[in-house]
Write a protein that binds this ligand. Structure first.
Ligand code: GLY
Length: 361
């Protein structure tokens, strides 16, 4: 596999559809993915991506004026003060509606860049260039943008479809292996909710599937993006099916909160997926073998599958506050089988505790 793969996302929202381009050297073709008429490009990037941003600027010299906005790494970027810093650059450079923003970095950077693009002059185009596995298969793909407030994560944001998502696998070259494995938690999630072939690749070819240079790695990344693209095309603003992408996330978000956001997202949702699998089994649908399979696959990626039993009350209280709880009722995504997710609403607390007991240590 060497050419670029184009995965279309069709949405009636703003851009009315966009492509996710996957491959090696995709960023070299950036100019061909810029919307026509762009005179200025604001690259929003975290400090470790400064050299890549500079290389892009050099490559576009004479064609587009490139502005750089270096923002704090990780969640430090998702603050209103940082968005205001970007708006200030745009204001001072007469950034117009036909100019564009590029988000270059992990999920937090692309969330911020998307938000800045969605809000400037009521919306300018954004090209997302994710540099982590999590960003490539999830955060940068579906048009969710946002920042955090003191009261919680992603409380301010907008659905804003990107003009293009460029998934350049070369950008993973310096990524620590444990970061890469954590990003694969979202890949496993898409295996369980939609594409069992992903699970088979991980089970049968673990070594190559976790080698960023291999065809198997590219296959599972592309398959995961296809799952996300298909769901988002059907339900861009999360009125229905898109909620299935939250499999493992309700408990996972509560664990991230309990760990004061010092854990990797993938580690927290790994435990959340074991819990969701146990709940699926107890709710009478998923065979026990698939619960064991969940643990086996996640453990093979060195992801955690247990959490302290004594933390249950704290986690439950956080889940009850979760913005996805509707009218005070807890909602979980569970599976009837691999590829068959559904919503479990108003679940009895004793059933939840029973599922958690199988996760608690
Ligand atoms: N990360 C879940 C979604 O994009 O809907």
């Amino acid at each position: 596999m060497s050419e670029h793969t184009i995965i279309p996302v069709s949405t009636s929202a703003n851009a009315g559809g966009y492509d996710v381009v996957v491959g090696r050297g995709v960023l070299d073709d950036l100019a061909s993915h810029l919307p026509s008429g762009v005179a200025k490009l604001l690259i929003v990037h975290a400090p470790p991506l400064a050299a890549v941003a500079e290389a892009v600027r050099e490559r576009l010299t004479g064609r587009v004026e490139v502005l750089l906005a270096e923002v704090p790494d990780a969640e430090g970027a998702k603050r209103v003060e940082v968005a205001a810093f970007c708006w200030q650059i745009m204001g001072q450079t007469d950034f117009t509606r036909t100019d564009a923003v590029m988000g270059l970095g992990g999920g937090a950077t692309t969330d911020l860049a998307g938000f800045v693009a969605a809000t400037w002059l009521r919306g300018v185009p954004v090209i997302q260039v994710p540099t982590s596995v999590l960003g490539m298969v999830d955060a940068a793909v579906g048009g969710k943008t946002g920042i955090n407030t003191a009261e919680g994560k992603n409380l301010v944001g907008a659905f804003w479809a990107p003009a293009a998502v460029l998934v350049d696998l070369d950008l993973l070259d310096g990524l620590p292996q444990n970061e890469l494995l954590a990003g694969l938690a979202e890949v496993v999630k898409c295996g369980f909710i939609a594409d069992g072939r992903i699970l088979e690749v991980l089970e049968n070819s673990l070594e190559s599937a976790t080698d960023r240079q291999s065809d198997e790695f590219r296959e599972i990344v592309e398959r995961t993006i296809r799952v996300k693209a298909e769901v988002v095309s059907d339900d861009f603003t999360e009125q229905g099916r898109r909620e299935f992408l939250n499999y493992g996330h309700t408990l996972g978000h509560a664990i991230e909160h309990a760990e004061r956001y010092r854990w990797r997202h993938g580690a927290a949702i790994s435990i959340g997926m074991v819990f969701a699998a146990e709940l699926s089994h107890l709710a009478g649908s998923l065979p026990e073998g698939e619960v064991d399979r969940t643990r086996r696959i996640l453990s093979s990626l060195s992801l955690p599958t247990t959490y302290p039993l004594g933390r249950w009350k704290t986690l439950l209280a956080t889940m009850q506050r979760d913005k996805k709880a509707r009218a005070g009722m807890l909602r979980f995504i569970i599976l009837d089988a691999v590829g068959r997710p559904r919503v479990l609403n108003g679940t009895d607390e004793s059933l939840l505790f029973s599922a958690y007991q199988a996760v608690g240590e």
